[in-house]
Design a protein around this ligand. Structure first.
Ligand code: PLP
Ligand code: FES
Length: 456
């Protein structure tokens, strides 16, 4: 109890010390011009991309990325300022101390997932780890293995790696998901073939937060002796992750989803039985020849520190986040009808709440919510007006998929922020519904599904 209290007090103190609400001053005049052309700040707010916002929005988009924990930054700083040696330099102290720091970080990452440090390869992020896993495994075993199984709701970097393999002549099965977002284990079983070289299923979905049955999938892969890869970018530090329990051969991890820095990640590669991959990067042979390029010591130190903090505080964070999620959901449901949680309500990570609001237009809702930084789904598809392919895979109607909003709650989210988000969301949805003729008809008791719309 004392340590939890200490952690939360420390968090507040460090946060107030480090958090700045100031606009970051660019160094060069060219950069200043580029910024100022689209950025204006005055006493009553900020205008950017043509949108005026009074003050900084509150941040509820932690699935896209999370702020760096001040304690993580604290661990990183010496490796920028004084201990800046190349960890691969063998001839002097600067190199040795950097190498030590990298190895310590490797242990911190391994310890959070129940692996040996020898099984951890540092990469630039989960995108790279997913590319190495999907393409690297199939390329290495290409003489015997020509088939991959994945799901329709994976992150784009897994789906695109699979498409790339298809262009090279490999075959891919994209498993559908049930309406709760989970795969059907019998369908997985029957999709496995003698030439299946990899099963790749993400642990926690980035858009809807559902948790796939990892242990069961791992068991099936063991039974058929097929390597199992999981993209655990959204699971690490959020739910217990254990490479043995899940029987995974490869696992992709990311630093910036767990209050660590952007631009760093890791790949878990099982040693017994050993899984082999073809490297995607050629060069100096760092990271056992699997990922050439100078290991970025400060980033790796940050990822290690973030993992150590996650290990210590996961339970505490989860409890807080769960109660904030309930506060948000109850708050919204108290005032609004027609609010649907997308994805399984039981098997989900509490920090990801994906809601659809019936009878409102999603784009207008997002535009009206500029004081809350939320998204309609993943960051890399957020520019698209298409409804999310993940929600479509769940069988969500196009109109409901269009009105979805993902609320991301994290370690630094406060009750006051949740209350404000509820207030703004309710206000905006009510406003849009007032303008909606459909909602008017629903209130009058007309069943919209029964209406025969005339076609012109
Ligand atoms: C499930 C999932 N996989 C992969 C990624 C990509 O991670 P990174 O930004 O570390 O490359 C993300 C983050 O956007 C993600 O949510
Ligand atoms: S890279 Fe993060 S959601 Fe796409």
């Amino acid at each position: 109890m004392a340590s939890k209290l200490l952690a939360s007090t420390l968090r507040q103190t460090l946060l107030s010390k480090f958090t700045t609400t100031h606009h970051v001053r660019p160094l060069s005049t060219a950069a200043a011009a580029a910024v100022s052309a689209d950025y204006h700040e005055d006493t009553d707010g900020i205008t950017m991309k043509g949108v005026k916002i009074s003050g900084r929005p509150l941040y509820l988009d932690v699935q896209a990325t999370s702020p760096v924990d001040p304690r993580v930054l604290d661990a990183m700083l010496p490796y920028y300022l004084s201990r800046y040696g190349n960890p691969h330099s063998r001839t002097h102290l600067f190199g040795w101390e950097s190498e030590n720091a990298v190895e310590a970080a490797r242990s911190q990452v391994a310890s959070l997932i129940g692996a040996s440090p020898k099984e951890i390869i540092f990469t630039s992020g989960a995108t790279e780890s997913n590319n190495i896993s999907v393409k690297g495994v199939l390329h290495f075993y290409k003489d015997k293995k020509r088939h991959v199984i994945t799901t329709q709701t994976e992150h784009k970097c897994v789906l695109d790696s699979c498409r790339h393999l298809q262009q090279e002549g490999f075959e891919v099965t994209y498993l559908p998901v049930k309406s709760d977002g989970l795969i059907d284990l019998d369908q997985l079983r029957s999709a496995i073939r003698p030439d299946t070289g990899l099963v790749s299923v993400m642990a926690v979905n980035n858009e809807i937060g559902v948790i796939q049955p990892m242990e069961e999938i791992g068991q099936i892969c063991k039974e058929f002796n097929v390597p199992f890869h999981t993209d655990a970018a959204q699971a690490l530090g959020k739910i217990p992750v254990d490479v043995e329990k899940w029987n995974v051969s490869l696992m992709s991890l990311s630093g910036h989803k767990i209050y660590g820095p952007k631009g760093v990640g890791a790949l878990y590669l099982r040693r017994r039985p050993r899984i082999r991959v073809e490297p995607q990067m050629n060069g100096g042979g760092q990271e056992r020849g699997l990922r050439s390029g100078t290991v970025p010591t400060p980033l790796v130190v940050g990822m290690g520190a973030a993992c150590e903090l996650a290990k210590m505080e996961m339970q505490y964070d989860e409890k807080r986040i769960k109660s904030l999620q309930e506060r948000l959901l109850n708050g919204v449901r108290e005032k609004l009808d027609g609010v649907v949680v997308n994805g399984s309500e039981e098997r989900r990570y509490a920090g990801n709440l994906n809601l659809s609001f019936a009878y409102v237009e999603g784009e207008s809702l997002l535009m009206g919510l500029k004081e809350v930084a939320v998204s309609s789904g993943s960051a890399c598809t957020s520019a698209s007006l298409e409804p999310s392919y993940v929600l479509r895979a769940l069988g969500v109607d196009e109109d409901m998929a269009h009105t979805s909003i993902r609320f991301g709650i994290g370690r630094f989210t406060t009750e006051a922020e949740i209350d404000r988000a509820v207030e703004l969301t309710v206000h905006q949805v009510e406003k849009l519904r007032e303008m909606s003729p459909l909602y008017e008809m629903v209130k009058e008791g007309i069943n919209i599904k029964d209406i025969q719309w005339s076609q012109h």
